[in-house]
Design a protein around this ligand. Structure first.
Ligand SMILES: N[C@@H](CCC(=O)N[C@@H](CS)C(=O)NCC(=O)O)C(=O)O
Length: 84
């Protein structure tokens, strides 16, 4: 499973998701795409979704918005992600 988080550090909603990633020890499983540090990430996110909103977790290239939904999904799928 390919997982990419589009985010930036100053976004409080992104921090919620980053904390869950850290708590669930999933850091090595998720590619972090900082949209402020890398305009290519921002452009790709905008081109794919028509939005610049973060956080957004791409699960096998399918975007999921909303920090609460992302956090819940990571918690529910933790085992599968860890093993993958
Ligand atoms: N309800 C959303 C809020 C996300 C949000 O407002 N993100 C802001 C940054 S803190 C953002 O990306 N704003 C720019 C935009 O929407 O284009 C969540 O919980 O994920």
């Amino acid at each position: 499973m390919k997982l990419e988080l589009f985010y930036y550090d100053e976004c409080p909603y992104c921090q919620i998701v980053l904390e869950v990633i850290d708590d669930q020890e999933l850091t090595s499983k998720i590619i972090l795409c900082n949209v402020r540090k890398n305009p290519q990430h921002r452009d790709r996110h905008l081109k794919t979704t028509g939005r610049t909103t973060v956080p957004c977790l791409y699960i096998d290239d399918k975007p999921m918005f909303e920090s609460r939904d992302i956090a819940r999904w990571l918690e529910v799928n933790r085992k599968k992600i860890s093993e993958g």
